[in-house]
Design a binder for this molecule. Structure first.
Ligand code: URP
Ligand code: ZN
Ligand code: ZN
Length: 468
């Protein structure tokens, strides 16, 4: 099948050019002026931008967590992602306690089987680093999994100690794998949580008090230092605040191979949301928590000046009113106390439009930088480039036909995520995906869903992450 997208303006991380794109099968075959091909389907993109499909490297689909399961699986999550211009994501496999990494990977492949309709990869989260698991780490490369995640928080569940982190880093450095950390001091959080509960402080607003910014900064600084000692490339996930960004910047200034991301919600949701009455605060409980308003400009600046390399979502949705009408349990599980609220927020569908509107339209960064932090850098850091992350000859034709003038008001009434609330409810954005192609096939056309469950491909990624 041949397709020509005519008269659009291609935006990549480096260039903005008016040109036609010829797609032969699943890849871009030619970029040029006035392209013609017999029998080609022609898509007219006059007045539209052509962006590489978004890549969200931090998602949790179908994750058992917080006494329930994240409410989007690979079916609903992929459809929602595509409606929001994201054509590829990387999800976190969790090593089962006492089990092997391969067992976790097998379980995640099963979750995606027959459901996937965009392309996807896996990171592996290590929860139990026994000697046999140390040996198993490099075998993940054969599985196409080249990034190892370690949680420095969630004591008694996922949290690892410094020995484990250090050993994993040494192993990663040896094999060209990338270390990712959830950087919060889990011991401090556990003690503060106990103290708050003893004082009868159970409201959702105390979630922020239990997770101070300095506990994130301390863990970030620790991971950065260990990366400096071991030489293991480090990617700090979901960075939220000035104090933590300072630690990353310090490591980068020293020449350590350290990078970081923030997530869309940290620029729009703040501590005061956790204090909303009628348990509404539970909608915004995630870890690390939403911070102070003063942190948002720091994150925007860090995204613009490359202190942070990417923006992802940490998509980990739960129903606000779950456990009824056929819904699995959700946020209502924490009504008794903040520490029992399932941690996480929806957002896989919202990242691209929200980051475009508030980033590009508001003059915080260029359209090229938008492409870089939402697609190109994720592809480069996680071993997918140049197959993914750009519009170039030979790349997968994951192309978003973006209408920079179209306005849309975000709402749970119209979104496709499997949740009953939207963090950006009522926000009007300008810039919207008109049509989304995955490997040359249209999967979203306006409001129509044309994707096919089972056609999303698992992406084997290469080791040797680029440090940007
Ligand atoms: O609250 C969050 N972030 N939930 C998902 C798990 C994690 O820590 O990324
Ligand atoms: Zn996390
Ligand atoms: Zn996460």
């Amino acid at each position: 099948m041949t397709t020509i997208i005519k008269n659009g303006t291609i935006v990549t991380a480096s260039d903005t050019v008016q040109a036609d794109v010829l797609i032969d099968g699943e890849q871009v075959a030619l970029i040029g002026r006035d392209l013609q091909a017999d029998d080609a389907e022609v898509i007219d993109a006059t007045g539209k931008l052509l962006l590489p499909g978004g890549i969200d490297v931090h998602t949790h689909l179908d994750l058992p967590f917080g006494g329930t399961i994240a409410s989007d699986d690979f079916l609903t999550g992929h459809r929602a992602a595509a409606f929001g211009a994201t054509t590829c994501h990387i999800d976190f496999v969790i090593q089962p306690m006492g089990g092997t990494l391969h067992e976790g990977v097998e379980e995640w492949h099963k979750k995606a089987e027959g459901k996937a309709s965009i392309d996807y990869g896996f990171h592996i989260a290590i929860t139990d680093l026994r000697d046999d698991v140390m040996e198993e780490i490099p075998t993940m490369i054969d599985e196409g999994i080249t990034s190892l995640k370690l949680f420095m928080a969630y004591k008694g569940l996922f949290q690892i100690d410094d020995t484990t982190l250090f050993r994993a880093m040494l192993r990663a450095a040896e094999h060209g794998m990338l270390i990712m950390v959830h950087a919060e001091n889990g011991d401090v959080i556990a003690e503060l949580t106990k103290k708050l509960l003893n004082e009868g402080k159970t409201d959702t607003k105390y979630h922020a008090a239990a997770h101070p910014a300095m506990a994130e900064a301390e863990a970030t600084g620790r991971a950065v230092a260990l990366s400096g000692i071991t030489g293991a490339p480090l990617y700090v996930v979901h960075m939220t605040c000035e104090e933590a960004v300072e630690q990353l910047a310090l490591g980068r200034a020293k020449g350590f191979p350290v990078m970081g991301e923030t997530c869309t919600q940290y620029m729009f949701v703040f501590e005061e949301h956790l204090a909303l009455p009628n348990y509404e605060g539970a909608k915004y409980v995630c870890s690390p928590p939403v911070r102070k308003r003063k942190d948002a400009p720091v994150l925007w600046k860090a995204l613009a000046d490359n202190t942070l390399q990417a923006v992802s979502t940490d998509h980990c949705p739960f129903w606000f009113e779950g456990g009824k009408e056929g819904r699995i349990p959700g946020k209502e599980l924490g009504r008794e106390s903040f520490h029992q609220v399932p941690n996480g927020m929806p957002g896989i569908e919202d990242r691209m439009p929200v980051m475009w509107h508030h980033g590009v339209n508001m003059g915080r960064y260029s359209a090229n930088r938008f492409v870089e932090i939402t697609s190109t850098n994720p592809a480069k850091i996680f071993g997918l480039y140049p197959r993914k992350g750009t519009i170039a000859v030979g790349a997968d034709a994951d192309i978003v036909i973006w209408d920079p003038e179209k306005e849309h008001t975000i709402s749970a009434k119209t979104h496709h995520m499997n949740t009953d609330y939207n963090v950006y409810e009522g926000m009007t954005v300008r810039g919207w995906p008109e049509r989304v192609l995955l490997r040359g096939k249209t999967i979203v056309d306006g409001d129509a869903w044309l994707g096919q469950p089972g056609t999303g491909q698992f992406l084997k990624r290469s080791p040797g992450a680029e440090v940007l």
